[in-house]
Write a protein that binds this ligand. Structure first.
Ligand SMILES: [Cu+2]
Length: 129
């Protein structure tokens, strides 16, 4: 009886250890589909898209786009303003890219293809802690 009890509690402990990370993931951030159903493309105003939206650390930005036509570059503020493509922080090219926001503050994204950034395919978000 005593033996069975300790076996049961160690099983429970194992269950807690295994299930805890997934529970923590679920209770974390929101998923933001950039541009909603339009996705990441040329005709959406991403400044308008951010209006009324709150971004928090742990949230996920999802960029949906045709990977033959676009990409996603995470850049600094200067590259965002100037559409500079040379010193990006991260480059995403899959067409269905999830970017986990791990820091508070401003984050900048541009499309690095042709003159898409100059034509407005750029996103700036302010992330609350
Ligand atoms: Cu593009």
């Amino acid at each position: 009886m005593l033996h069975q009890g300790s076996r049961f509690s160690s099983l429970m402990m194992l269950y807690a250890i295994v299930s805890l990370p997934s529970l923590m993931l679920k209770s974390e951030g929101l998923e933001h589909i950039v541009g909603d159903s339009s996705g990441w493309e040329l005709l959406t105003n991403y400044t308008n898209w951010t209006q009324g939206r709150e971004f928090h650390v742990g949230d996920v930005l999802v960029f949906n786009y045709n990977s033959d036509q676009h990409n996603v570059m995470q850049v600094n503020s200067t590259a965002y303003k100037d559409c500079g493509r040379d010193n990006y922080i991260s480059l995403f090219t899959k067409g269905n890219d999830s970017v986990i926001i791990s820091e508070a503050g401003e984050h900048w994204f541009i499309c690095g293809v042709d003159d898409h950034c100059e034509n407005g395919q750029k996103l700036s978000i302010n992330v609350a802690p």
